[in-house]
Design a protein around this ligand. Structure first.
Ligand SMILES: *[C@@H]1O[C@H](CO)[C@@H](O)[C@H](O)[C@H]1NC(C)=O
Ligand SMILES: *[C@@H]1O[C@H](CO)[C@@H](O)[C@H](O)[C@H]1NC(C)=O
Ligand SMILES: *[C@@H]1O[C@H](CO)[C@@H](O)[C@H](O)[C@H]1NC(C)=O
Ligand SMILES: *[C@@H]1O[C@H](CO)[C@@H](O)[C@H](O)[C@H]1NC(C)=O
Ligand SMILES: *[C@@H]1O[C@H](CO)[C@@H](O)[C@H](O)[C@H]1NC(C)=O
Ligand SMILES: *[C@@H]1O[C@H](CO)[C@@H](O)[C@H](O)[C@H]1NC(C)=O
Ligand SMILES: *[C@@H]1O[C@H](CO)[C@@H](O)[C@H](O)[C@H]1NC(C)=O
Length: 727
C-alpha cells in the first residue's frame, strides 16, 4: 500500500508545484547535448524517458530553433539510435538505424532531410552494432566517417550476435587487470573504424550517398592499443579532421601494464588506414614534452585540419593530476607547446574557435565553467570564466563565434544557452524545469553556498533547501559526503545522489567540498593522498560545527549522513569516531571497509597513488586509514544502512558484507541492500526506485521525518521481500 501512496503523490504533481519525489525524478525526461547545424540556426538533441507504467524507456530526437528556443520533434522512430548533421548542409542528417535487414546484431547508415524524416534512404549496411559516428563531406564530395565498436584480435569487427560460444565458461589470465568496473576482460577489444560513402548523384544532381560494408580498423595495427577504453571512454576519445584526411584517437600506453599506470597517448592515423597510427606524444615521438607521462584526453582537430588540441596529465599513476592543454602541429617535431601551463585548474573538454582560440570547460569553484585560451597563451596566462552558475556539460562553436552551451544545475537537469567571452551569457533558450511537469517548481532559489574554515584551509559547501523552505522553521540535517575522493559536489544535475530529492523529503542538505575536492586548485585535491581519515574527516566535523553554530534552520540533533564510494568509507570512519554519535542514521554505498582488502580492486594505480605505494612497500598507510580496526569497530552504534552491489569490481561486494557482518554482530541496527545486476553505481530505473525508497526510508525513520512529513518515503513502501531469518 505504501508504494502505491508514494507513486500517487508523484502523479498529482503534474499540475501543482510539489516536492521532487524519487519516481518523478527518475522518470523526468533526460536530454542530450544540443549540437548546432553548420549554419547555426538549428540544434539537434535526443530525449529519453522512463515510464514506471510500461517499465520501459523511450527515446526520440528533436530540433531546437537557436533564435527562439522553440522545440519540435524530428523523429520518434525507435529504430533511430544516433543522428548527426551531414556536411555543410543545414538540413541533412546522417543517422544510425539500429536494425539491419540482412545481418543480425548489426546496424545501417541512413540519410534524411530534416523536413521530411520519413523519406530517408539507406546509405550503407554495417557489419555489427557500431556507434559514435562522426563524419565530414570532403572537397571531392564523398562522405568520410568514423565510428567505434568491438574488434577481434585480428582487427575484424566483432558482432556479439554472430560470435561463437565456447563449451566452458572458464576465464584464464596471465597478466593483472582480469576485470574492470563491471566487466571481465576477454580477447575482444574496442576500436575506431573508418568508412567512406561515395556520392552517386540522383536525378537532378541531388547528392545521394552509398557505401560498402567494409570498414578499416584504425587502432588494431598498433599492438596492444584500444580505443575508446571502457567503461568511460566514448566519443570524445577520437576525432576526424575537417578535411577528412586524418583521425586521432586516444589509447592507454600499449607497452605498459593496464592496472598500475594511467599513461595514455594520442595517436594520429590517415583516415584510410594507409599508414599505422603514430603516438604524437608517446615515447617514440620527438615532439613529446619531457616528463609528461600521464593520461591524455580529448583530442580535437583545428578547423584547418593542421593542428590537434588535447589535454595531458604529467603523473603516470595519478588519475586526478592536473590536465594541461597542448596543441600539436601535424608533421612537426618541435616539442608540443602547452598553453596556460601554470593555471591551477584541470580543464576537461576543448573546442576550437577559428584557428587562434580555444574554449575549454573546467571545474571551478563547485561549477563547471567555460574559459577562453588563445593558442599563443604562455605559461602564466590566466583564463577567465565567462559562464556563471550551473555546470556546462557540452559546448559548440556557432558560425558567429559565440558558444552554444548545454548545461545543468542542481535545480534543472538540462538548460541551453548561448555565451561568449565578451558578453558572458547572451540568451537562455530552454530549461527543463520550465518544460517538464516532473521538475516544475525547481529554481535557483533552491540552493545556496557558504565558505568555512576547515582543517587547514578555507572550504566550500552547498546548502540545498527543501521545497516550501521557511527559514523560521527547522529541518533535520542531511550531510552528503562525496566520493572520488578526488571529486566535488557541483552545481549540476545528477541522476544518482541528487541532493534535491533528499532535501524534498524534509531535510536541509549540506554538501561540503572537503580536502580532496576538485575544482579549487591542486593543493586541495592532492592533500588527501595518504590522508583519507585525516584532514577530510576534520573538515567534515568543522562543516557540521559551522552549520550547528550559524544555520538556525538546521536541526543538527536529528541529523543524518550518507555517502558512496570514498564517501561510504568516510561514513564508516565516522561511525567508528565520536562524530558518529552526532547522527541518528548513516547510509554507506559501495564503500571500502578493510584496509588490506583494497588490493582486490581493479584499478591498482588508484590505491597505489592514494596510499603512496604498493601493498608491500607502504602497508602501514593501508592500515593507518583502515576503518575496520578493533578500536573503531567497538564504537559502532549509529543505525547504518549498507548498500553494495555484486558487479562492483572497484570495491568488491565482500567489503559491504564484511561491514554488515560487523554491524550485526555488534548489535547495531543495520540493513544490507544488494543489487546483483548493478556495479559501483545503481543506474537501472527500477533498481534506482528501490534504492531511493530504502535510502530515504532509512534516513526518514531515524531522523523523525517519517513522522513529520505525511508524504515522506517509508521503509515499509518496499515491494521486495525483506529477509530476516534470525530476528
Ligand atoms: C512518441 O511515440 C510514443 C509511442 O511510441 C508516444 O507515447 C509519444 O508521445 C511520442 N512522442 C513524441 C514526442 O511524439
Ligand atoms: C531501419 O532499417 C530497417 C531495415 O532496413 C527498415 O525497414 C526501416 O524502415 C528503417 N527505419 C528507419 C527509420 O530508417
Ligand atoms: C578474424 O577472427 C575471427 C574470429 O576468429 C574470424 O571469424 C575472422 O574470419 C578473422 N578474420 C580474418 C580477416 O582473418
Ligand atoms: C606494475 O605491474 C607490472 C606487471 O605486473 C610490474 O612489472 C610493475 O613493477 C608494476 N608496477 C608497480 C609500480 O608496482
Ligand atoms: C566568474 O566567476 C565568478 C566567481 O568565481 C563570478 O562571480 C563571475 O560572475 C564569473 N564571471 C562571469 C563573466 O560569469
Ligand atoms: C586536522 O585534522 C587532523 C586529523 O583529523 C587533526 O589531528 C588535527 O588536529 C587537525 N588540525 C586542526 C588545526 O584542526
Ligand atoms: C609519499 O612517499 C614519498 C616517498 O617515500 C614521500 O617523500 C612523501 O612524503 C609521501 N607522501 C605522502 C603524502 O605520504
Amino acid at each position: 500500500m505504501g508504494a502505491l501512496r508514494w507513486l500517487s503523490v508523484a502523479a498529482a504533481a503534474a499540475s501543482t508545484v510539489s516536492a521532487l519525489t524519487p519516481d518523478q525524478f527518475i522518470s523526468a525526461p533526460r536530454r542530450s547535448e544540443v549540437v548546432p547545424n553548420p549554419s547555426g540556426d538549428t540544434g539537434l538533441f535526443s530525449t529519453s524517458q522512463y515510464s514506471f507504467d510500461t517499465h520501459s524507456s523511450h527515446t526520440w530526437w528533436s530540433l531546437i530553433d537557436l533564435k527562439s528556443g522553440e522545440i519540435s520533434t524530428l523523429t520518434n522512430d525507435s529504430h533511430v539510435s544516433e543522428v548527426i548533421w551531414l556536411g555543410s548542409d543545414a538540413s541533412t542528417v546522417l543517422y544510425i538505424n539500429n536494425t539491419n535487414a540482412q545481418i543480425p546484431g548489426a546496424v545501417e547508415l541512413w540519410i534524411s532531410d530534416t523536413s521530411s524524416f520519413a523519406n530517408g534512404y539507406k546509405a550503407a549496411s554495417l557489419p555489427a552494432n557500431l556507434l559514435g559516428i562522426k563524419s565530414v563531406v570532403t572537397d571531392s564530395g564523398d562522405v568520410r566517417y568514423i565510428l567505434r565498436g568491438k574488434s577481434y584480435p585480428n582487427g575484424t569487427v566483432y558482432n556479439d550476435k554472430l560470435a561463437a560460444t565456447l563449451p566452458s565458461s572458464a576465464r584464464i589470465y596471465d597478466s593483472i587487470f582480469p576485470r574492470h568496473w563491471d566487466t571481465w576482460l576477454t580477447p575482444i577489444s574496442h576500436a575506431v573504424f573508418s568508412g567512406t560513402l561515395q556520392n552517386t548523384p540522383a536525378e537532378g544532381g541531388k547528392a545521394q550517398y552509398t557505401g560498402a560494408e567494409t570498414l578499416k580498423n584504425l587502432v588494431n595495427p598498433v599492438k596492444g592499443a584500444e580505443s575508446p577504453f571502457p567503461p568511460f571512454g566514448g566519443n570524445s576519445d577520437y576525432d576526424l579532421s575537417p578535411d577528412g584526411k586524418w583521425v586521432v584517437f586516444k589509447s592507454k600506453a600499449p607497452q605498459l601494464p593496464l592496472a598500475n599506470n594511467t599513461a595514455s597517448y594520442i595517436y594520429l592515423v590517415p583516415h584510410d588506414g594507409s599508414a599505422k597510427a603514430f603516438a604524437i606524444n608517446g615515447p617514440d615521438s620527438a615532439a613529446t614534452p619531457t616528463g609528461i607521462e600521464g593520461d591524455s584526453s580529448y583530442p580535437v582537430f583545428s578547423p584547418k585540419s593542421d593542428k590537434v588540441a588535447y589535454f595531458q596529465m604529467a603523473d603516470r599513476e595519478y588519475e586526478s593530476d592536473r590536465r594541461t592543454l597542448y596543441v600539436y602541429t601535424i608533421g612537426s617535431d618541435e616539442t608540443i607547446p602547452s598553453l596556460a601551463k601554470d593555471w591551477d585548474r584541470s580543464p576537461d573538454s576543448v573546442k576550437w574557435v577559428g584557428s587562434d582560440n580555444l574554449v575549454v570547460t573546467s571545474e571551478d569553484l563547485a561549477r563547471t565553467r567555460l574559459f577562453s585560451i588563445p593558442v599563443t597563451a604562455g605559461d602564466d596566462f590566466k583564463p577567465t570564466n565567462f559562464t556563471d552558475g550551473g555546470s556546462v556539460s557540452a559546448h559548440y562553436v556557432l558560425p558567429d563565434s559565440t558558444i552554444l552551451v548545454t548545461g545543468s544545475a542542481i535545480w534543472t537537469n538540462w538548460n541551453v544557452y548561448t555565451a561568449s567571452p565578451s558578453q558572458s551569457v547572451i540568451k537562455t533558450l530552454a530549461s527543463a524545469n520550465e518544460i517538464d511537469p516532473e521538475l516544475s517548481g525547481l529554481g535557483p532559489a533552491d540552493i545556496d553556498e557558504f565558505y568555512y574554515q576547515g582543517n587547514w584551509t578555507t572550504l566550500h559547501s552547498w546548502i540545498i533547501y527543501p521545497q516550501g523552505f521557511d527559514k523560521t522553521k527547522t529541518y533535520p540535517l542531511a550531510l552528503f559526503i562525496h566520493g572520488g575522493p578526488q571529486g566535488a559536489w557541483r552545481d549540476s544535475w545528477s541522476t544518482r545522489w541528487n541532493p534535491k530529492v533528499f532535501a524534498d523529503q524534509g531535510y536541509v542538505v549540506i554538501a561540503p567540498n572537503p580536502t580532496g575536492s576538485t575544482g579549487f586548485g591542486d593543493a586541495l585535491t592532492d592533500a588527501i593522498q595518504n590522508n583519507w581519515g585525516g584532514a577530510p574527516y576534520d573538515d567534515l566535523v568543522k562543516a557540521w560545527q559551522y552549520v550547528h553554530d550559524h544555520l538556525d534552520f538546521v536541526d543538527t540533533d536529528n541529523g543524518v549522513a550518507a555517502g558512496a564510494s570514498y564517501g561510504a568509507y568516510m561514513i564508516t570512519w565516522i561511525q567508528g569516531s565520536e562524530f558518529g554519535r552526532k547522527f541518528k542514521a548513516l547510509v554507506s554505498h559501495d564503500g571500502s571497509f578493510i584496509g588490506d582488502a583494497m588490493i582486490a580492486t581493479d584499478e591498482l594505480w588508484f590505491i597505489e597513488h592514494d596510499f603512496n605505494g604498493t601493498f608491500w612497500t607502504t602497508r602501514d598507510n593501508y592500515h593507518n586509514w583502515d576503518p575496520s580496526g578493533p578500536g573503531r569497530v567497538l564504537q559502532f552504534s549509529t543505525p547504518q544502512l549498507v548498500i553494495h552491489s555484486d558487479k562492483d569490481y572497484r570495491v568488491p561486494v565482500s567489503e559491504g558484507i564484511a561491514l554488515f557482518n560487523v554491524l550485526q554482530e555488534r548489535g547495531v541496527p543495520s540493513r544490507f541492500l544488494n543489487f546483483p545486476d548493478e556495479d559501483h553505481w545503481v543506474t537501472g530505473q527500477e533498481n534506482s526506485l528501490v534504492w531511493h525508497q530504502q535510502v530515504l526510508g532509512w534516513l526518514n525513520r531515524y531522523s523523525g521525518v517519517e513522522k513529520s512529513n505525511p508524504d515522506a518515503v517509508s521503509l515499509d513502501d518496499t515491494v521486495n521481500p525483506v529477509v530476516n531469518i534470525n530476528p
